[in-house]
Design a protein around this ligand. Structure first.
Ligand code: PLP
Length: 492
């Protein structure tokens, strides 16, 4: 690693990326390549000799960029966004530059302590209860993903429960039950598999449109009671603030009260919407979080921070470390033995870990709380604007209440004059599916869909860093244009 050559090449890469961002709107938002496009083009063996950065960047432009779906494009409205930002990008450069592997305090004291500092900052920002703080028995850790946080909290809950009730091996573990709603992110199912929860012991409680897709405390209580009657053991309840299909918000307070009756672990997943709760006007969505055992959100969605970054707080850090600690001779050191330091390897699955706090710290310092709040509010305003536009045209229906910056809509059945039989729902679904395909086919926008109660719905997740008023106007224009074209076809 020659520092001067590093300087020269890194400048070229920064220039390349600056040019990419300047021209990002020239690329189709969703990649248009066909499966196998790259494997067919790339050499079958790696190069024997070093190649220049100039040659490599030419290939990135020619071969890689066509196969990229441009998540940073202002026309990206798919899934939930993953925000890029200058502060984050520079933080990533620094953390990659230092390339530490801070599994315990000694392996990089700054990596551990900066993570603790940043997690306490965000705890304050979100007004999380003191019980989640290092100053009580709790504390925060940065994981790579929510799925990882699910796995770690499930294991912590499992070990705690087994130690409370005494283990009879598989017999007891096989009776542990996990609860969630049909809105809960599907990665909880994967986490349950990893942790060895009996697949028949995952209770997915149904939600309905009439109750805004919130998990009902009564339905939960009835489900738990029936399990207890059958000799099963309630273990873990996953609640969501801002569900993936519809951004529904579970009522934390009453649901935590139900879980408390059964001594269950409650995890609150605010992967997407947690970022919004730094604004006082959205904080009420977290009311009741004090009843939870753990809470997580993904700065890598809506907090100007790139993958991978999921912040997890637990009320009792011993629950995590009792379940996940290892103490090999190789890593023994005075500081760890003094118990005065945090060894984050015991708060996560892997041993090694990136210095993720560096990018989060850079983001918070670069934009300040006011800048981060402004970022959230801008997208919420754009979502409100788009929703208002949809409501001006009776051909469209807004399908769920908009809590944050995602709008779910469809072409309304009433826009199709010829609809008059029992297959009408299928017909409207097909029309909306074709509308989404046509919109994404323009290359100017990219959106995804969900199906709620059998109804096909287009999700518009507004949150890309570069999205502005003019992109919402453009979106509205092409939505109307393509809907009109399709409706005319259907009416022929
Ligand atoms: N939970 C919610 C509510 C989500 O929206 C998502 C992803 O979109 C996840 C969990 C999964 O997050 P991750 O990819 O960090 O595991």
């Amino acid at each position: 690693l020659d520092p001067e050559e590093f300087r020269r090449q890194a400048h070229l890469v920064v220039d390349f990326l600056a040019d990419y961002y300047s021209s990002i709107e020239n690329y189709p938002v969703c990649s248009q390549v066909q499966p196998g496009y790259l494997t067919k083009t790339m050499p079958k063996s790696p190069p024997m000799q070093p190649e220049s950065i100039e040659t490599i960047l030419q290939d990135v432009q020619k071969h890689i960029i066509p196969g990229i779906t441009h998540w940073q494009s202002p026309g990206f409205f798919g899934y939930f966004q993953s925000n890029g930002s200058t502060g984050n990008f520079l933080g990533e450069m620094l953390l990659t530059g230092f390339n530490t592997v801070g599994f315990n305090w000694l392996a990089s004291p700054a990596a551990t302590e900066l993570e603790m500092v940043v997690m306490e900052w965000i705890l304050k920002l979100l007004q999380l209860p003191k019980s989640f703080s290092f100053s009580s028995n709790g504390g925060g850790v940065i994981h790579g993903s929510t799925c990882e946080s699910f796995v770690c909290t499930l294991i912590a809950a499992r070990e705690k429960k087994l130690s409370q009730i005494g283990t009879q091996g598989d017999l007891t573990q096989g009776r542990l039950v996990v609860y969630c709603s049909d809105q809960t992110h599907f990665s909880l199912q994967k986490a349950c598999k990893v942790v060895g929860i009996n697949p028949s012991n995952i209770r997915v409680v149904s939600t309905t449109k009439s109750t805004n897709f919130e998990l009902s405390p009564h339905a939960l209580l009835m489900t738990i009671k029936s399990d207890v009657k059958a000799g099963l053991i309630p273990l873990y309840l996953c609640l969501t603030i801002g569900t993936t299909p519809t951004t529904a918000v579970d009522p934390l307070g009453t649901l935590c009260d139900v879980a408390k009756q059964f001594n269950m672990w409650v995890h609150v997943d605010a992967a997407y919407a947690g970022s919004a709760c730094i604004c006082p006007e959205f904080r009420h969505f977290l009311d009741g979080v004090e009843g939870a055992s753990s809470f997580s959100f993904n700065p890598h969605k809506w907090f100007l921070t790139s993958l991978d970054c999921c912040c997890l707080w637990v009320k009792d850090s011993n629950d995590l470390t009792n379940a996940l600690s290892t103490d090999p001779e190789l890593l023994k050191n005075k500081q760890s033995e003094s118990k005065q330091v945090v060894d984050y390897k015991d708060w996560q699955i892997a041993l090694s870990r990136r210095f993720r706090a560096m990018k989060l710290w850079m983001v918070i310092r670069s934009y300040g709380v006011s800048g981060l709040q402004e970022h959230i509010r801008k997208h919420v305003k754009l979502a409100k604007d788009f929703e208002a536009l949809l409501r001006t045209n009776s051909k469209f229906e807004v399908m769920v209440p908009r809590n944050f910056a995602m709008v779910c809509f469809r072409v309304s059945p009433s826009a199709l004059a010829t609809l008059a039989n029992e297959s009408s729902n299928e017909k409207v679904n097909r029309l909306n599916e074709q509308l989404l395909e046509a919109l994404n086919g323009t290359g100017r926008v990219f959106m995804t869909h969900t199906v709620i109660e059998g109804v096909y719905v287009i999700r518009v997740a507004i949150g890309a860093t570069l999205t502005d008023d003019k992109h919402i106007s453009m979106l509205w224009d092409i939505v109307q244009e393509h809907a009109n074209t399709l409706l005319a076809k259907y009416e022929c």
